[in-house]
Write a protein that binds this ligand. Structure first.
Ligand code: SDX
Length: 393
């Protein structure tokens, strides 16, 4: 065992960054986008208006909103060559793998909006990413199930367009249900931004090197995929289905408390929220509404989720550790009821979070104080030593 090098840090860690975009109070369970509480935005606004707010800092007037929505709508198609790009993947590739690849490749197709020093190109890249991510996510889904790609339709709103691209087939047009589109739109809003979470920090770090915006967003998608982060919505639903019935909940609660067992309750706990995640509350109400709308009553998974939440919130371990349901606990139930496979849950999180990543990236790029991110380390390796040739070892 080499001597551990004694280390005197002699430095203080610096705050990650200043940001005016999203505020979280983990103890009070508050989340604001540019000062507006998430509950009010989820209830009274819609996703493209929230995109405008996150990007430009203020709510738009009618004309500004129409102009922004037109610009996004008219960028929803992807370069036709990208269809061939998709066809290089195996059919059974996880849609997140496809999205990381395709979004990263966007800088090969849209090189006229990669110059980060050009304000207009930064703006075009932002619009293209917000507009095309739903198309790319839908194409990843269609490709994975062997169905033909469905082109975006400019006469549909953002959420309806996404649902149509996912569920329409040549033989049968998808019937857009406005109430379902509103629920989809609300899910986009709830996931739009969340301060300096792992994937947003990844985008900022990648952006601090001067990488183009498409490469930075691809890095964010890759980080979001992890089951401890955005991948938790897929893992949470799979866990709820594995539990299956209410009588098996105690077995899983015991496992979550057992330090020797790596199992964690997916959809529970948060790095910041030590109170309810306000998004989980809205999502829980939405789950009831969507299942009612779809005529799905007594959904066993929702029953297990509600009972699991009830038991966990009364359990001393979870109370002491301040573990509450997070945004991922209920979202999978809604998405599953809408007809999405679990493999599409994180891609939907990614397309929703793209506006947050872009807003945070633009904020960082526009800050003259920005230097290349380079987190400090505490060296705990061996002291300096001389090489020993193999014949002498
Ligand atoms: C997202 O950062 C963001 O904002 C992310 C996100 C966003 O919008 O971008 O909000 C989205 O990623 C939400 C989180 C989704 N992940 C999950 O649901 C996976 C399950 N959750 C855990 O992996 C966990 O809660 C984390 C990773 C989210 C947070 O882990 P931490 O930092 O360890 O949480 P903590 O410090 O509050 O944990 C306190 C204790 C620890 O035990 P001790 O070391 O004190 O003994 O509680 C334990 C943890 O081990 N714990 C859990 C648990 N989560 C934490 N025990 C059982 N089940 C859990 N889910």
């Amino acid at each position: 065992q080499a001597d551990v090098f004694t280390f005197d840090p002699g430095f203080t860690s610096t705050a990650a960054c200043e940001s005016a975009i999203t505020f979280i109070d983990g103890d009070k369970g508050e989340l604001w986008y540019r000062g507006y509480p998430i509950e009010q935005l989820a209830d009274q606004s819609h996703f493209l208006e929230v995109c405008y707010l996150l990007l430009y800092g203020e709510l738009p007037d009618k004309a500004m909103l129409e102009d922004f929505e037109n610009r996004v709508t008219r960028h929803t198609m992807v370069h036709e060559q990208m269809h061939n790009f998709f066809r290089g993947f195996r059919r059974d590739a996880h849609p997140m793998a496809t999205m990381v690849g395709v979004v990263g490749a966007m800088s090969a197709f849209y090189h006229d909006s990669t110059d980060i020093n050009d304000e207009w190109q930064r703006e075009v890249a932002a619009i293209r990413l917000i507009a095309k991510l739903p198309t790319i996510a839908a194409m990843a889904y269609k490709y994975s199930i062997g169905q033909p790609f469905v082109y975006p339709q400019n006469d549909l709103d953002y959420a309806s367009n996404f649902l149509n691209m996912c569920f329409s087939v040549p033989a049968e047009k998808y019937k857009v249900d406005p109430a379902l589109s509103k629920a989809m739109d609300r899910i986009f809003t709830l996931h739009a931004d969340h301060e300096q979470n792992a994937s947003t920090s990844t985008v900022r770090l990648a952006g601090s090197s001067g990488a183009n915006p498409f490469a930075c967003i691809a890095a964010g998608i890759a980080c979001l995929w992890g089951p401890a982060h955005g991948g938790a919505n897929q893992a949470a639903l799979e866990m709820l289905k594995e539990i299956g019935t209410v009588d098996r909940i105690p077995e899983y609660i015991a496992r979550a408390k057992d330090k020797s067992d790596p199992f964690k309750l997916m959809g529970f706990g948060h790095r910041v929220y030590k109170n309810f995640d306000p998004r989980a509350k809205v999502m829980k109400e939405s789950a009831d509404e969507v299942l009612d709308l779809l005529g799905i009553h007594n959904n066993p998974t929702l029953q297990v989720a509600k009972e699991l939440e009830k038991i966990a919130l009364e359990d001393d371990y979870f109370i002491e550790k301040k573990l509450y349901p997070n945004v991922d606990f209920y979202s999978g139930i809604i998405l599953s009821a809408m007809g999405f496979p679990t493999s599409m849950f994180t891609p939907i999180f990614a397309l929703s979070r793209t506006v947050g990543w872009i807003a945070q990236w633009k904020e960082m790029i526009g800050d003259p104080q920005t230097k290349i991110g380079r987190p400090r380390q505490l060296y705990v390796g061996p002291k300096r030593r001389d090489y020993v040739p193999v014949k002498s070892r």
